[in-house]
Design a protein around this ligand. Structure first.
Ligand SMILES: C[S@@+](CC[C@H](N)C(=O)[O-])C[C@H]1O[C@@H](n2cnc3c(N)ncnc32)[C@H](O)[C@@H]1O
Length: 331
């Protein structure tokens, strides 16, 4: 996530059908206030959206290639195995709105079957999104592509350029798990409200499974997830002006069965004093900064959550080990 720039109606070098709007990002003062409040809280925390600067987005893409990171592989199996059913349920000519699009790869693999009328990619990591969309436009020169740099955790605001017919919200990768269940209901309810009468939702969620499998997915032996977690401190240094030394912080990730969630933290490996313009925080050795939750669900509990948010789950597809679920909902 970068501080907002002036709206860029056409990305340089792209055809006129690619537009990238980035006027919706919060002002840098708001980001600084949010980060400072998290750092001085009794349990220090950094919101997970700060993982995604340009390097963080690349590190996440690397995580999805790890054998231990099951959500991406199992979700891909579902798309491959049930492609025909998914296309039959969703239909064609949608306004395909990809929330947290990342490298846009998952959506692009569905274009052949779903033949969307317009592809709208929303992401907070604007530089990474721009590069991904420029590649996508070359591969799909006739597709109407719109990129939106936006922090949708604060509420999704779709500009007038987004088609208002047959809106399909695409929210894969179990990103919904970063919200606590009550926050997830509020978020999905807002989506429902801006979808219109014929709105649809295609959402992926990681399921409760063996703890060893879950723990390995968030603490891989190559240390890619550790690098992704620690990189958040470099991003915070740039935005808030902190003086974090990443070498002093250790990656910690574990499954909390009572809360059915993975927690990620950064743990101080010595006593550390962190300073930034207008603030200071002392961390004793062993003290942690909470950086992410990733909630896991049972299929029936997740369906209840969707109903509570105003969506009607119409189809649910699982991989062969029931490690991941893809749910298609109507409004
Ligand atoms: C876990 S990755 C998922 C990427 C891709 N959709 C996938 O399933 O592999 C989360 C994506 O959402 C974006 N993101 C995270 N928080 C966001 C927020 N509050 N607003 C907009 N985008 C956000 C990140 O930049 C990243 O690309």
């Amino acid at each position: 996530m970068s501080p907002p720039a002036n709206p860029a109606p056409h990305a340089a070098g792209a055809t006129p059908r690619l537009r990238l709007l980035q006027s919706e990002l919060p002002p840098v003062q708001a980001l600084r206030a949010e980060l400072a409040a998290g750092l001085v809280a009794p349990q220090a925390a950094i919101p997970p959206k700060y993982f995604y600067d340009d390097l963080g987005s690349r590190l996440f893409a690397a995580i999805t290639a790890l054998p231990e990171y099951t959500p991406t592989r199992t979700e891909a199996q579902i798309f491959a195995r049930h492609a025909g059913d998914i296309a039959g349920a969703v239909g064609t000519a949608t306004t395909f709105i990809d929330l947290g699009a990342g490298d846009c790869g998952k959506a692009a693999r569905l274009f052949g079957a779903l033949r969307p009328r317009q592809y709208v990619a929303v992401d907070i990591s604007v530089d990474f999104l721009r590069t991904a969309l420029q590649c996508l436009q070359r591969e799909h020169p006739d597709l109407d592509i719109l990129g939106i740099g936006q922090d949708f955790a604060r509420g999704l605001a779709l500009p007038g350029a987004v088609g208002d017919r047959r809106r399909l919200f695409f929210y894969p990768g179990s990103s919904i798990g970063n919200f606590a269940p009550d926050e997830a209901i509020v978020f999905l309810h807002r989506l429902r409200a801006c979808g219109g009468a014929d709105a649809q939702l295609l959402i992926g969620v990681d399921l409760i499974k063996d703890e060893a499998v879950l723990n390995a997915a968030y603490d891989d032996p190559l240390g890619v997830t550790a690098a992704f977690n620690r990189n958040v401190l470099r991003h915070v240094n740039r935005v808030l002006g902190t003086d974090f030394d990443v070498a002093q912080w250790k990656h910690v990730a574990f499954y909390d069965a009572a809360q059915t969630r993975i927690e990620m933290h950064l743990e101080a490996s010595c006593d550390v004093t962190v300073r930034w313009p207008g603030g200071v925080r002392r961390f004793a050795r062993g003290e942690r900064i909470h950086t992410e939750n990733s909630y896991k669900y049972r299929p029936e509990t997740f369906a209840e959550l969707l109903r509570a948010a105003g969506w009607n789950p119409a189809h649910i597809w699982l991989d062969e080990r029931a490690w991941f679920a893809l749910v298609h909902c109507r409004g």
